[in-house]
Design a protein. Structure first.
Length: 723
């Protein structure tokens, strides 16, 4: 135990030994954050500054709590009992059971899961005769959770946080929901923190109890805290003020689930006299990777500032590669081919990752790796064709192609809700068995004979007519148009658009990606056969697999080789961050890029494509601004879409075009690059139509298009018009 400080660098040791007063440890990626946190915990115990039960240690996941418990035990030479170590929710549940009666509960209160929460809210909305289609219960649940994350009890919600749900009645339903929870002697997860903050603010005896109980507070991943977590920590820290928060403002990427980067940025203001310790020696990545990441993130204004450098020997390494490709299909081929070559040369697949901005991007890489026979795993999610919304849409397509597919029909006949309950399904099954026909044909028969009365009969008659119309479109306009019409007219897209859960936008993107996949096939039958074969393929043999995940899911992980595809404006940074304007969303996107690059230990490959398909149409793209923000001395450029520098006013930019087929059926494409298109010139773009240049910067033009508003495009993708 005497050498537990051995091997710490100077900054790490300072973070461990600065035990008194408020301390913020700014721990850059790969700088030994967990080691510092656990060693600090052990140091407090071994210095006899506190007993184990006098240290409150907060993590974000149960996995992190287990890992910390194990590491502390290793330093101490055995298990340490009586620890207050766990997640925010688990610690607050423990506190709340101690003082449950003070908030109208008993210590045996139940904690509802999301299904129970939704059921309870539905009961409240039903009693108020609220139309679920117009005002979905899960939208109310999401709103209530947002209020709880910000620390608002019923009656405390400011005007700025109000919502138009049910014509402004959401706050009324929130109050009713909380009353009903008390009657059931129950809480939801949001209540665990909310009620404890309420108790600490309003009950001096409870606050004093915990001030006496905890001499030290340790907090992991402080940059990910939301407002109610922040309030809880601040109230508890008012006692001894010995709070140590470890985090990285440059890795704050979860604002969409309530995280507030301001919590870490204002630490010194919240705790006057606080010590700031910067951990900047990275033990994970090579120096070119660290230089690129540090230079990129320096473009953010909202940060406390630190610069990563290599903390290990022999960290020179190869430059980051920026690969410019003609289109997204070539991008998938390029990544797949490189991975296969690495695998054949002995590189472990477990040390290779593909990190994407959105889950919908995995489809092209999945199909490429399957074709090459390279094993892969989707981390933190399902494979593309296993995702709920994709299975639903494909079930619709299966019924479209083959009405006798009873399994597919059963999946979609009441999706979205059409009032087809158990009785109606029983009627359909009995009719189908009696007449030896499919469920679809049984529906047609019963509707024709007025077997379903009232609203249900009219609804199913409409569904039959829709399927006939969709089959007509399939024959005359092809599978992509049929799918788009089907998703829109069935109400399936509207169902997800109305869904306010955090994963709903991703589901809509996945459905767009399904259209892109379908566009590669001439017939619906070919596509459905392809899907069936893809979903049946099982990766054989070696357990080692390429990891594929979103950038959000990659935080905390590391790999020897990391592929970062889709670095284009509108993809990454995503379109929402560009549309919102201002810097807040864009800076979070840049932090996400920083996280992506710093996952790589040996090599990082960034890819962007000049063209991507949106539904059945190709759309030109421009490289992400994040690529421009990388320092040239640590990157090398390659790829088929590296344009030659123009030598005249209308030089032809040559692109290898073997990877791109035009919609006309294989015609080669050359793009005219005008050396200078002046502000005020009228231009034409294949996707956006006619417009006028309002600003120019290098080869990038800001154009106000007549039908689609202002957009930024590369000048080689527009044609100058006379007049």
């Amino acid at each position: 135990m005497s050498d537990y400080l051995h091997g710490l660098n100077a900054a790490q040791r300072e973070a461990v030994e600065s035990t008194e007063g408020p301390v913020l440890v700014l721990a850059g990626a790969g700088t030994g954050k967990t080691r510092v946190l656990t060693t600090r915990f052990a140091h407090i115990l071994l210095s006899r500054k506190a007993f184990p039960n006098q240290i409150l240690t907060v993590t974000f996941t149960n996995k992190a709590a287990r890992e910390m418990r194990e590491r502390v035990a290793k330093i101490m030479g055995g298990p340490v009992e009586g620890l207050w170590l766990g997640t925010f929710h688990s610690l607050c549940a423990r506190m709340l059971r101690r003082f449950a009666e003070r908030v109208g509960l008993t210590s045996s209160f139940s904690i509802l899961d999301t299904d129970d929460q939704l059921r309870l809210l539905k009961q409240i909305l039903e009693a108020a005769r609220i139309d679920f289609k117009r005002w979905p219960p899960n939208a109310l649940m999401a709103q209530i959770q947002r209020w709880k994350d910000k620390g608002f009890m019923p009656g405390e919600i400011p005007v700025s946080e109000s919502t138009d749900f049910a014509n402004g009645r959401a706050e009324e339903f929130y109050a009713s929901y909380q009353i009903r929870l008390r009657q059931l002697n129950a809480v939801d997860f949001g209540d665990l923190l909310l009620l404890m903050v309420h108790l600490l603010k309003t009950d001096p005896e409870v606050l004093a109890h915990y001030h006496r109980a905890f001499r030290y507070i340790l907090v992991d991943e402080y940059q990910d805290t939301n407002l109610v977590q922040y309030y809880w920590l601040r109230l508890l820290a008012q006692g001894h003020r010995n709070i140590c928060c470890v985090g990285d403002d440059d890795q704050s990427i979860y604002s969409w689930r309530g995280a507030e980067i301001e919590n870490i940025l204002k630490f010194e203001r919240d705790f006057p006299g606080a010590k700031i310790v910067r951990l900047e020696a990275n033990y994970r990545s090579t120096q070119p990777i660290l230089a690129a990441a540090s230079h990129l993130i320096s473009h953010n204004a909202g940060r406390l500032g630190k610069t990563l450098h290599a903390g290990r020997k022999n960290a020179e390494g190869e430059k980051i590669e920026v690969v410019s490709l003609w289109d997204s299909e070539e991008e998938a081929r390029n990544v797949g081919g490189r991975i296969e070559s690495l695998w054949r040369s002995g590189h472990s697949l477990n040390e290779i990752a593909i990190l994407v901005r959105a889950g919908s991007q995995t489809r092209a890489f999945e199909e490429r790796l399957l074709m090459l026979g390279v094993p892969y795993r989707i981390v933190g999610g399902l494979r593309f064709y296993e995702r709920q919304e994709i299975r639903d849409a494909i079930a619709y397509l299966r019924v479209l192609a083959q009405p006798s597919d009873d399994l597919a029909f059963e999946r979609i006949v009441n999706l979205p809700k059409r009032g087809v309950g158990e009785g109606a399904m029983r009627n359909l099954h009995e009719t189908a068995r009696a007449a030896n026909m499919s469920l679809h044909d049984a529906m047609v028969k019963l509707v024709g004979e007025d077997g379903f009365k009232g609203k249900l009969g009219a609804t199913l008659r409409g569904l039959i007519e829709q399927f006939e119309a969709w089959r007509g479109r399939l024959k005359t306009q092809g599978p992509v148009v049929a799918l788009e019409a089907l998703l829109e007219e069935s109400g399936y897209l509207a169902m997800w658009k109305a869904d306010k859960s955090p994963d709903a936008p991703g589901r809509l993107e996945n459905l767009k990606e399904l259209s892109r996949a379908l566009a590669d096939f001439e017939t619906l039958a070919q596509f459905l056969e392809h899907v069936a074969l893809v979903t049946e393929i099982e990766t054989q043999g070696n357990d080692a697999k390429v990891s594929m995940m979103t950038l959000h899911g990659a935080k905390g992980l590391e790999f020897d080789t990391v592929f970062l595809p889709g670095w284009e404006e509108g993809v990454f940074p995503n379109q929402r961050s560009l549309d919102e304007g201002g810097n807040k969303s864009l800076e979070e996107e840049r932090r996400l890029a920083y996280v992506g690059i710093t996952r790589a230990k040996q090599r990082a490959i960034i890819l962007h494509a000049a063209n991507r398909r949106i539904y059945a149409n190709w759309q030109s793209s421009i490289p992400s601004r994040f690529i421009e923000e990388l320092p040239e001395d640590v990157i090398r450029r390659s790829g088929s879409a590296q344009p030659q520098k123009p030598r005249g006013p209308a030089a032809i930019v040559q692109f290898p075009v073997q990877a791109r087929r035009s919609d006309a059926g294989g015609a080669q494409v050359r793009l005219v690059h005008t050396n200078k298109i002046p502000v005020g010139a009228r231009v034409f773009h294949q996707k956006f139509g006619y417009g006028r240049v309002v600003a120019a910067e290098g080869d990038r033009l800001d154009i106000n298009f007549e039908t689609s508003g202002e957009k930024r495009v590369l000048d080689r993708f527009v044609e100058r018009q006379d007049g």
